[in-house]
Ligand binder design. Structure first.
Ligand code: SF4
Length: 349
């Protein structure tokens, strides 16, 4: 099955923000921030919902205060189950928007609303709607890493942990599909299912940097290691994987496989949770470096890095950085998200 590239809407080039230069905190300063954040969470009946790619201090705090650390599917589900009236989403913008779409009655805050995602940015809603209109008989399947407006045009929203079974189910019904925005994940799913998919031409700026030839070299140096790859990575990297999976599936692989060493091709923020779950295992970051590069791996999302103790404490104090969504868009976007959650509940449990 060959990829059908969507050539007419090449994504705009991304302007990747520099990693925020948060001043380094001493251990005492960190403790002080954490204490103030705990008190503010309690005062405001708020809880933290953090992604695996955020800083380890934020993940630890989320767990210690009754919040959650998870992938985007579980982050969405957690918000609907929580009794908190304020959700503070530590991650990127589409995660905060999804939380608000599913919980319109709750206040949803983020440490920094400018924390976006290259996949979301590569898929402007007006262009996407025009593309979909060309193929009215196709089911529209979009990755969670999209804006509320793009979700509002979709039949299905999927995360990387559930994309494969949903596409399989649609394919078994003979449905051709539009897939957006990640072309690498779309290509991987297409090769696994044989589905007819028209792929949007987007990519994650972090995962796209993993290099197949450099990974081969690291594998030669560590022949005992298992290779774990997130499917947003390029095909030549995915092809070298022992396990291809979502963040949660990669964490499970570290805890369940007998290997003592793993080469990991996804954002290095995930190492905090992997190390917590399996402290005896050795983790090696898959290389992003090209020939002549000065670093071996710099696989950390610049937008995830915009979440820090400092701006988390600030948003809890000030209440700014709140997510608002047009109610008309919300009412449309909630349908494909609920469809995914219902599929997970009835088909996968
Ligand atoms: S790691 Fe990639 S897909 Fe995830 S938020 Fe960052 S840019 Fe988006």
């Amino acid at each position: 099955m060959s990829t059908i590239p969507h050539a007419n809407h090449a994504p705009p080039r991304q302007s990747v923000p520099p990693h925020p230069q948060w001043p380094l905190l001493t251990a005492a300063e960190k403790d002080d921030y954490k204490q103030r954040i705990r008190a503010l969470l309690q005062q405001q009946n708020a809880c933290l919902v953090a992604h695996y790619y955020t800083d380890g201090d934020l993940q630890e705090l989320a767990e210690d205060t009754g919040g959650c650390v998870a992938d985007s599917l579980e982050m969405a589900r957690f918000g609907t189950r929580s009794a908190a009236t304020t959700l503070v989403v530590c991650g990127v913008r589409f995660m905060g928007e999804t939380a608000k779409i599913l919980n319109p009655e709750k206040r949803v805050l983020m440490p920094d609303l400018a924390a976006t995602c290259s996949l979301d940015e590569s898929c402007p809603a007006a262009d996407f709607r025009a593309f979909c209109d060309q193929f009215p008989d196709h089911q529209v399947v979009v990755y969670a890493n999209t804006s509320a407006e793009v979700k509002a045009r979709a039949d299905w929203v999927v995360t990387s942990s559930i994309a494969l079974p949903i596409v399989k189910a649609l394919h078994s019904q003979g449905q051709p599909m539009i897939w957006a925005p990640d072309k690498h994940l779309g290509h991987y799913i297409q090769t696994q299912t044989g589905a007819t998919m028209r792929l949007w031409d987007g990519a994650c700026v972090v995962h796209e940097e993993f290099k197949g030839f450099a990974l081969e070299r690291v594998r030669r140096l560590h022949p005992e290691a298992a290779v774990l790859v997130h499917p947003e990575s390029p095909q030549e990297v995915v092809e070298q994987a022992d396990v291809v999976g979502s963040t949660t599936q990669l964490i499970q692989a570290v805890t369940t496989l007998p290997h003592s060493t793993f080469i990991v091709a996804t954002d290095t923020g995930i190492f905090w949770k992997m190390q917590q779950q399996a402290p005896e295992k050795t983790l090696i970051a898959a290389p992003t470096a090209g020939i002549g590069a000065t670093c071996e791996s710099c696989a950390h999302c610049p937008w995830m890095a915009m979440n820090a103790l400092q701006n988390l404490e600030q948003v809890l104090r000030t209440g700014d950085q709140e997510i608002h969504i047009d109610p008309v868009i919300r009412d449309q976007a909630v349908i494909p998200i609920q469809r995914m959650l219902e599929f997970a509940r009835t088909q996968l449990s």
